[in-house]
Design a protein around this ligand. Structure first.
Ligand SMILES: Nc1nc2c(ncn2[C@@H]2O[C@H](COP(=O)(O)OP(=O)(O)O)[C@@H](O)[C@H]2O)c(=O)[nH]1
Ligand SMILES: [Mg+2]
Length: 311
């Protein structure tokens, strides 16, 4: 029994490793190449490594921070060889990621309300579908709301996930007021005693109202039914957009106040290093990572596991 579990864990990990190979190619292979055969660990090498880190989308500030403390250790002659140097970088990265590792938790009673935000195409609706299925499997009573009323296709897409998961969906016609959808869904969640309500939102609008104003309105409306809702404002960002993901996170955080992040499309991209910059530059917990389109490809973010997979 435990052996099977052990094997499952190994399979799960090797799959994660292969999904993140784009990032390990740009990051760890290049670190290896830079340090390989170097007899002395000096300032030139540190500079070379800084370029490697920046090239892996870790960002200028974060790359500098990482190598500043590694450089200190080099000057104190604590790092004797290339392996020790590589390990020091790995430890620094893990420490940064570890700060923002924090799993999503449910309120002890009453519906926990999660509002999912982000620009178009980042993977909001897909992430909601995966989460709904997962938490239902874990025995939660889940309800989802089609708050992206901007396109009919968005409602249909969520409907398909709801059918697949065998869960209820609250929806209005396309073009309806998303705040009204949010209000109805939160009333329904309360009335039905749902454990989790996940509300989808639009990433773009072509009307006069600004997206951020609309998201604020959705948040406000929710508090009329459940005063401390939403309990989670989850921003979804697409790792393949690299440094753009950071500016999106800053913008959404200033406007609507984020409590968690999901970073999608880490599979196949060489830009996965952006997660390190996000963890370093923003003080927002990373809840989930997306490494593919399958249901099992949305995982709780685990800093140690992530670093092991890319190093
Ligand atoms: N490869 C990959 N594709 C993803 C991931 N998450 C979402 N997608 C795809 O990204 C596209 C846009 O997703 P969608 O959920 O419609 O984005 P939304 O506009 O934010 O709601 C879809 O084709 C998804 O299948 C992921 O982790 N990896
Ligand atoms: Mg969508």
């Amino acid at each position: 029994m435990t052996e099977i579990k052990e094997q499952e864990k190994k399979g799960f990990f090797s799959k994660l490793k292969s999904k993140l190979s784009g990032t390990s190619d740009t990051l760890t292979r290049k670190i290896d190449r830079a340090v390989l055969g170097k007899k002395t660990i000096d300032e030139d090498l540190i500079e070379e490594l800084e370029e490697v880190l920046i090239g892996a989308d870790i960002g200028v500030k974060t790359s500098y921070d990482i190598l500043e403390s590694v450089g200190d250790r080099v000057r104190r002659k604590e790092l004797g060889d290339a392996d020790a140097l590589k390990n020091a970088i790995k430890e620094e990265i893990q420490a940064i990621l570890h700060r923002e590792e924090s799993v999503f938790t449910f309120k002890p009673e009453g519906p926990t309300v999660m509002m999912v935000v982000g620009v178009n195409g980042v993977g909001k609706t897909t992430t909601i579908g995966k989460l709904a299925l997962r938490y239902k499997k874990e025995g939660k009573n889940v309800l989802i709301a089609a708050g992206d009323t901007f396109r009919a296709a968005a409602i249909e897409q969520l409907q398909i996930w709801a059918e697949r998961a065998g869960i209820d969906i609250v929806k209005h016609h396309d073009g309806a007021d998303p705040a009204a959808v949010a209000y109805d869904s939160i009333e329904a969640a309360k009335a039905r005693g749902a454990d989790l309500l996940i509300v989808d939102t639009a990433g773009r609008l072509h009307t006069k109202i600004n997206l951020m104003e609309e998201l604020k309105k959705i948040k406000r409306v929710m508090t009329k039914v459940i005063p401390d809702a939403p309990h989670e404002v989850l921003l979804v960002v697409d790792a393949t957009t690299g440094q753009n993901a950071i500016s999106q996170a800053k913008l959404f955080n200033e406007s609507v106040g984020l409590t968690g992040l999901a970073i999608t499309k880490l599979d196949g991209t060489p830009k996965g290093g952006v997660i390190i910059a996000i963890a370093d530059e923003l003080d927002i917990p990373i809840r989930y990572i997306g490494v593919g389109e399958g249901v099992e490809d949305l995982r709780d973010f685990n800093a140690a596991e992530f670093v092991e997979a890319i190093f």
